[in-house]
Design a protein around this ligand. Sequence first.
Ligand code: NAG
Ligand code: NAG
Ligand code: NAG
Length: 398
Amino acid sequence: MSTKRSHLRFRFTSNQRFNSYLAPFFFLFTILSIILFLALKPSRHSISKPLSTSAAASISISGTGHNLPEVPRFAYFITGTRGDGARLDRLLRSVYHPRNYYLLHLDLEASDSERVVLAKNVGSMKNVMVVGKANLVTSKGPTMIACLLHAVAILLKEWKDWNWFINLSASDYPLMTQDDILHIFSYLPRDLNFLEHTTNIGWKEFQRARPIIIDPGLYHSKKSGVFWAKEKRSMPSSFKLFMGSAWVVLTRSFLEFCVWGWDNLPRTLLMYYTNFLSSPEGYFHTVICNHKDYQNTTVNHDMHYIKWDNPPKQYPVNLTIQHFAEMLESGAPFAHSFSKDDPVLDKIDTEILGRRSEQSGVVFENIDVIRPSMSSKRLEKLVSDLLSTQNFRSRQCK
Ligand SMILES: *[C@@H]1O[C@H](CO)[C@@H](O)[C@H](O)[C@H]1NC(C)=O
Ligand SMILES: *[C@@H]1O[C@H](CO)[C@@H](O)[C@H](O)[C@H]1NC(C)=O
Ligand SMILES: *[C@@H]1O[C@H](CO)[C@@H](O)[C@H](O)[C@H]1NC(C)=O
């Protein structure tokens, strides 16, 4: 098995190379899954020593001697506003794993004391930070993108070895354990970016692309709505607009491209999006799809289960126990949106995450041992569907 690991880890630049990789990937994936499932209930995915992304170290399932791919690390950014301190704390514990990194942000609407309480509660965990100098964030305004890029810059500076960045809000919750997600992502090429996007923007051309908005959050210190200029602008002609979901799972390399800015595209688009309503639903989508090095790395999904009314209202449906089965059915690792302390969160804690809701601490005996549960099968199915020949290439930047 160890000799075949080269099939699993790869960099692709062309269609051909990627497709030729797919077959052995899923073959091995299936075989390994079967081995995992049959031989090891509950299975163990343990690493002999701590890994860095560059290390070519291998992971072995204890007791079998088979090599598994390197386990990645995630960098989470979790944001909330006034009154969200307790929710961020609960969400952090539900997605906590010692391999990952966490940056928490309570925006400027929240009081300093709320921020201090949060920092105190999570302070004992070495891989968790709270943004001390908070940003004012206007919902639907470009200050949201500025806040996100700020977070990415901090994460890039503080921790060097994460692979994917994941954006969560106080009203999100996971639908499987970190072990399940890390396990499935360990099989994925490290340059896949997950973001739901389309160029078919329809009515949004008139609601989003043509209006010019100003975000007072850029120059005032109190929260207020965005305001509209009287003028409209024409559709851009030097790049193509893409829109989609504001939830993203992005690679470190794509985010370095966005933050460092050696190519002018991310910077030019950032300026364009300054006057764009709901810029988080378009900025990364437009950058990634307008650059040849990155458009082939997109997977058209946001890794969230989100339910909209029909016809859609301004905000998605609040998920409850009634939606439990369909949430799991989706295979998505996360869901949005939950109200604070909705009973379904307790159900997820006990039935899926294996935690008691009153459990405050998080105990990990060995950070290098990954124990995927049956939940990982749901994500495996979703990812296989997304990367299948009929879905993957045909849905990139279309
Ligand atoms: C991306 O994929 C398309 C076809 O799917 C291919 O023509 C193009 O060369 C690829 N670009 C890069 C940079 O690999
Ligand atoms: C990141 O998460 C927040 C929720 O806190 C969301 O509103 C925002 O639009 C997301 N995406 C981006 C690109 O900022
Ligand atoms: C969801 O719940 C929140 C309270 O937690 C409420 O303010 C909001 O209006 C609800 N949204 C919908 C779409 O019902």
